[in-house]
Design a binder for this molecule. Structure first.
Ligand SMILES: Nc1ncnc2c1ncn2[C@@H]1O[C@H](COP(=O)(O)OP(=O)(O)OP(=O)(O)O)[C@@H](O)[C@H]1O
Ligand SMILES: [Mg+2]
Length: 242
């Protein structure tokens, strides 16, 4: 019996060695697969990084071309416009173009700074068409940070409101009031012009103002103005940041 067992020894050892080899082979295969998966993931993220870089460079190039080509043509239009209203139209387009370019760099800003920029632009535009601006801003306004999108929406809403007052209202005076209302910012733009015509047809401007107000999680309304023309009222929540 024991001699028989002894004779089995080498076979058992061989069997054990084969089993170990099979296990080892499977382990190595697993490791190789894991390595090649990792290499694929790395290659994929490198490809994505290169693609993003190329997209960024292409976008920068387009912005540069837009700015240099269209920008200089718009400047030319401002200086050769037959009347101040046409010059204002070209100036507003140029400003939009500059916004698109600067938004690509995505600068957030404090509410106070954004409002100061809006006021400066409004002053310049309205002075050029001899419309008086009354800017009434509450003294203790909260000063949260607006991200670049919020700042842009606010700027564009006021810009279009002013464009409409210049183009359609023939106003002499435009009043902008900014004040806090609970957790919201309340901004109204009122002109003393003709008011909306009976057959008013909304264009891109008002539609875009509504979309931007919604992006600000806010609301915008047009009503007959207390100064005789049109009053635009925008309200949107301010974040708790300060
Ligand atoms: N402040 C305003 N005073 C008088 N009418 C206005 C005023 N704002 C808007 N309107 C009237 O509402 C219409 C729609 O304005 P909206 O800004 O949507 O379009 P638009 O100014 O005609 O063209 P665009 O798409 O270039 O802005 C105007 O055509 C005008 O009749
Ligand atoms: Mg308009």
């Amino acid at each position: 019996m024991s001699a028989w067992l002894w004779s089995l020894g080498p076979s058992l050892a061989l069997l054990a060695a084969c089993a170990w080899l099979a296990l080892e082979r499977r382990r190595l295969q697993g490791e190789l697969q894991a390595q090649s998966r990792q290499t694929l993931v790395q290659a994929d993220s490198e490809r994505r990084r290169i693609r993003q870089q190329a997209t960024l460079e292409e976008r920068e190039r387009i912005y540069r071309d837009l700015h240099d080509d269209l920008g200089s043509q718009l400047l030319q239009m401002i200086y050769t416009a037959p009347n101040p209203e046409q010059a204002d139209r070209a100036r507003a387009l140029l400003q939009n173009l500059r916004d698109v370019v600067s938004r690509s760099r995505g600068e957030p800003g404090r509410l106070g700074d954004v409002l100061a920029e809006i006021e400066a632009e409004a002053r310049q535009r309205l002075a050029a068409v001899s419309v008086e601006l009354n800017w009434e801003q509450a003294e203790h306004l909260p000063d949260p940070i607006l991200d670049s999108g919020q700042a842009l929406h606010l700027q564009r809403i006021v810009r279009e409101g002013i464009s409409n007052a210049i183009r359609h209202a023939q106003a002499h005076t435009l009043r902008v009031r900014v004040r806090p209302d609970a957790q919201q910012l309340l901004l109204d733009v009122t002109d003393d012009g003709f008011g909306a015509p009976a057959n008013q047809r909304e264009g891109r401007g008002m539609d875009s103002m509504r979309t931007r107000a919604a992006e600000l999680q806010g609301q915008i309304d047009w009503t007959p103005g207390t100064l005789g023309g049109t009053k635009i009222t925008l309200r949107f929540p301010l974040s708790a940041q300060s």
